[in-house]
Write a protein that binds this ligand. Sequence first.
Ligand code: ADQ
Length: 464
Amino acid sequence: MRLRAVAVTRLIIVSNRVQATSADATANQGGLAVALSSALRQTNGIWFGWSGKETETFSGSIDLQKRDGVTTATIDLEPQDVEEYYNGYANRTLWPLFHYRVDMAEFERGFAGGYERVNARFADTILPLIEPADLVWVNDYHLIPLGRELRRRGCDNRIGFFLHIPWPPMRLLLTLPSHRELVESLFAYDVVGFQTDDWMQSFFDYVRGELALEVGDDGEISFAGRTIRAVVCPIGIDVSDFVPQAEGEVAARTCKAMMVSANDRAMIIGVDRLDYSKGLQERFLGYDRFLASRPDLHEQVFLLQIAPPSRADVQSYQEIRAGLDALSGRINGEYASAEWVPIRYVNKGYPRDRLAGMYRAAKVGLVTPLRDGMNLVAKEFVAAQDPGDPGVLILSKFAGAAAQLKEAILVNPYSAEDIADALAQALEMPIEQRLARWRALMDNVEREDVLWWLQTFVKAMSRD
Ligand code: ADQ
């Protein structure tokens, strides 16, 4: 990806994990890693974060590397840090709560303590790397208090924070024992970015309702002597990299192989990290309902669900995996014939070029998270389509991407009937309508790509 005159100032990007990806990397890493490594390629910045490795005793020693045009700086964490900060507060407290799953959120003081400790460790380690003119960009829910920790250590650079996941409604956030401290720590930043206006409005509800603050026309909010600006800045994909991959040789071979194996059946594709927020069980139940209501289409369609396991150390993720194994087995057992299996359920990741070929071979992209900050799979599906014969995107109303991708068939992912109806509509959609919808979707995916996201956020951060 070429960066058109973007950051004049050096960028220091901080996120939990640092995974500079080469274009052909298998991406069972999240969308954040994919997007940031694309964005940082050919810039002169540093990407700082946890190496993913553990060490007996925290030393703060930094592993500095230059890979694929991106300088990365990583640190190892102690096992207790990983348990309390990463598996604990980030993945068992904030992730479920911010995806509206209070029922799954675990509130443990030990987790909160580990979260504060690791954020302080990040600040200690990163501070010597920061030069006076640098822009510091902190990413995601793992690191909300990092800006405050940096300020406490005397950092007066411009610091921005971007939240990749939803911001929860005020009444849900109130269930977090330290909600106020968490929100107040955001006021250490200069700019706070959200994927959609919906998430930003939930944040405003909290600062108005709980902190009794006013929100200015420009999203400005003042508290304890500091003023932050909240902005909406939806993340996109690296179109200039992904479209050529979708049109490349590997994708063409993969697409052809899929077509042969599909044997004239229409393929519906789902690609998600195995996570309860992605609505996989509800999706399978919607497909089950579709099969029940349309016996005429049996043997003519199949669902390819690709779902590489993630966060396998967390029990709820083990449970969802077991649940999906059982459900796909039940549906296949009920409908399969000697020649046809209705669900092909694959628990592994694929290189991006092969993934692009699979998207292209599909007639329907089924993207139905129960709640998602954005969802990059929806955008990748659109970008990978054959412009002369595009597939149809079915998208959850509750994905951030729905605010941009309005020409998709938008569904309520909790409703099996909604999903079943949308599948029938997508599979029977006339070519003219498919073309018109795809063109409008692709215009958006091309216009608001990852470069646009990077430039828009950096511009907001640079503004005095
Ligand atoms: P994620 O929850 O990880 O990201 P998403 O945006 O869909 O979700 O990104 C997933 C990425 O992983 C995509 O690029 C996809 O291609 C890749 N991927 C998934 N399964 C794969 C497989 N089997 N093989 C290869 N690649 C696979 C978080 C938030 C999202 C937000 C992003 C970016 O939860 O809402 O869109 O960050 O901000």
